[in-house]
Design a protein around this ligand. Sequence first.
Ligand code: ARG
Length: 470
Amino acid sequence: MTGGDTLWHGRFGEGPAEALMAYTVSLPFDRRLAADDIAGSRAHVRGLGRAGILADGEVTSVLGALDAVEAELEDGTFTFVPSDEDIHTAVERRVTELAGAAGAKLHTGRSRNDQVATDLRRYTKRELAVTGAALADLAAVLAARAAEAGDAYLPGYTHLQRAQPVLLAHHLAAHAWALARDIDRLVDALERMDVSPLGAGALAGSSLPLDPEAVAADLGFGAVFDNSLDAVSDRDFVAESLFVLALAGVHLSRLGEEVVLWASEEVGFLGLDDAYATGSSMLPQKKNPDIGELARGKAGRLIGNLTGLLVTLKGLPLAYNRDLQEDKEPLFDSLDQVRLGAIAMGGLLATATFRTDAMATAADAEVTAATDLAEHLVVAGVPFRDAHAIVGALVRRSLDEGIPLAELVAASDDLGPDAVALLGPGVAVQRRTTRGGGGPGPVAEQLERLTARLAGVDARLAPWLPAADG
Ligand code: ARG
């Protein structure tokens, strides 16, 4: 036997073509499932023991072999052979080499179809939570920088045109609220995916007295499948993960775009720490915001990963089809990219310098108080539409004739000298007083709510995270 027999060699007169193996193997990427595959096999073997299908001694010997395989995989001494088409095949092959006849009983009542679905759910439950923790850390950085931003303010924008001033804390916190929703969505997905498919077999369950419920509990799943066809073919948990990750990636990209914009010389609101910026190979003066740009750029592939999987799933007949092997690479990639992006962005924001003077100068442009002038008239009884027109006409004259708005306001019959104070530096931001608004009063309250919100999502996430020890 060169390179080992296939799992199905009994039915076949000759071995697989090299071209088939080259095209169909998943080992290069599903090796990531090794630890989960071994955990799944341990639970399955214990279940076979409880069912009386394996004798106690056989269970012990298979568990021992699984421990040895785990150690070999961890220390790099595991030798893969050419017939190891995926991690499940490789582990079972090695267990059988080590445990002999008992090892050959490991796959009793199990198919790679329920096995891979189990492994991937278990992997996703953990890794999605780890990615959620990275997003939570980024949200915490935003909240911390918001808390220390004090009364610094900048122009808020619509259409990328200066609109009304807001506190810097308000702007930073806005991104943190989006991340809190991402983590909520992520935990929603975790709760739904916490269902064990093990025991579904290839598609229809088993004639052997297996107990899928007990195996699910042994593996730490909160529930067990109700329909074996659904259990082996359901990849909703991958699609949901990819959506959650794509949307988080979109949020990272919006944050990234603002980093790029703010770090530009034209805007000048943000100075990047050397450790979180890159230089140019040719232009000695450059300090580039590559993390922000990649956060923007990688959103494309995160959306592509989701789209690709949905197209793979679309129209698949029940139950397992090999197409489903295409679930793993996009999932692994999206988990990696969002985790790495959140960590890099957190480092960038934790170390960046906010140029609050440049922000204030931009925000103190007279026109950003135009709404306050109109609202001043509203308080005096002028219908808002008329007030808007009055102030709009003053702004137009100021721009056309190059006269400071303050002068025109002072001379205006409608407004007059009293209203000029509204144009003073830092005045307009103080006047944003309603709940959730951008002025100091509501922002202080908001930051308290944000702290509670982030503690809430941390608490929801915590039970899903692997225990933090070495
Ligand atoms: N590598 C396969 C996958 O990822 C494992 C399941 C193979 N099942 C089968 N019936 N060929 O989906």
